[in-house]
Ligand binder design. Structure first.
Ligand code: SAM
Ligand code: SF4
Length: 313
């Protein structure tokens, strides 16, 4: 599937729930969100049908996200269903890691290829400050459980937060010395609830580049990746604001309530609910064709009206 600007669309991010056990300061309000009724959220059958239609249209990479995807009832069945579509689909999950001690092995057995685990800090206090409800040990046990279950190529998502974790960048980079992980520093995006955050929290990954001098450099999708000689892991920089990658964007997103968003930062959405077979495929193709050319995060900001927990990052 190509959009009208010739970009090849191969990657679907599927949000399986908007609920979460954490309340990260850049993602959700402190008092949480109004719980949608069961019928407002895509069923496992609907999620499977969207994955199938997308695969038949040329999508070969599917990421399950949320909210916290591992809280979603039926997540293992969904992974099995997607895996049964084809052994060639790259199936991954983005998670806060808290449920991995009990679920990592089941996810592996269900055919999940890769995990991204969010970890913004190595400090107990700052972990609680950022997640409002989580404990650092949960994320660390989660990473360990994923490695024990045989997941390699684990990526750690670290959102750069001025005044909160920017002083920890060196210690976070040090994690890659003995750990075969890719630690990805991501610029905080002013989207939905995070638009209310203090301006000082929005810092650019350019601040980190000078710390990576001398490291080997490659590109992995939207990340610029650095690896120090002798280190087991690598460091990725993802800079949607300072270094926009819209020209090579290959993604579409589906929210937990069934709206296809051709661009994270646009409020344009296409309702997929109630559609099946050729109708569903036609709606996906139409949305892809109308994918906006670029966002305007660095000028007018994000037009998206939803919070990240509804879109999935
Ligand atoms: N709950 C899972 C987690 O936290 O990994 C998956 C959903 S979460 C919305 C997906 C990713 O989006 C996380 O890595 C999170 O840190 C990131 N994220 C959330 N809000 C963000 C924002 N305003 N700017 C940049 N990244 C954000
Ligand atoms: Fe939950 Fe992930 Fe949002 Fe944090 S970033 S509140 S863990 S959905």
């Amino acid at each position: 599937m190509k959009d009208k600007y010739g970009r090849l669309i191969k990657y679907l991010r599927l949000s399986v729930t908007d609920l979460c056990n954490y309340r990260c300061i850049y993602c959700m309000p402190e008092d949480g969100i109004n719980k949608k009724s069961h019928s407002d959220i895509l069923s496992i059958e609907e999620l499977t049908a969207i994955a199938k239609a997308s695969y038949e249209l040329g999508i070969n990479k599917i990421r399950l996200t949320g909210g916290e995807p591992l809280l979603r009832k039926g997540i293992i069945t969904l992974c099995e269903n997607i895996r049964s579509l084809s052994p060639d689909i790259e199936l991954s999950i983005t998670t806060n890691g808290s449920m991995l001690p009990s679920m990592a092995a089941k996810l592996k057995a269900a055919g999940v290829d890769r995990l991204n685990i969010s970890l913004d800090t190595l400090g107990k206090e700052s972990f609680r400050r950022i997640t409002r409800k989580g404990e650092l040990s949960e994320a660390l046990y989660g990473i360990k459980a994923a490695q024990d279950a045989g997941f390699d190529n684990i990526k750690i998502n670290t959102v750069l937060l001025g005044g909160i974790n920017d002083s920890e960048v060196m210690s976070l980079i040090e994690l890659t010395r003995d750990n075969p992980i890719q630690l990805r520093f991501i610029e905080l995006m002013p989207i939905g609830y995070s638009k209310t955050l203090d301006k000082s929290m929005f810092i650019t990954v350019k601040n980190i580049e000078s710390l990576l001098m001398g490291a080997d450099y490659t590109v992995d999708g939207v990340a610029r990746v650095f690896r120090f000689k002798g280190y087991s892991g690598s460091i990725g920089l993802i800079s949607p604001i300072s270094h926009s990658f819209c020209h090579k964007c290959d993604k579409i997103r589906v929210t937990a309530d069934g709206k296809l968003k051709p661009c994270l930062h646009s409020d344009i959405e296409y309702d997929l609910r109630g559609l099946n077979g050729e109708e569903l495929k036609a709606a996906i193709k139409k949305a892809v064709l109308n994918k906006p050319l670029y966002h305007q995060l660095d000028t007018i900001g994000s037009e998206a009206v939803r919070n990240m927990n509804e879109i999935g990052g």
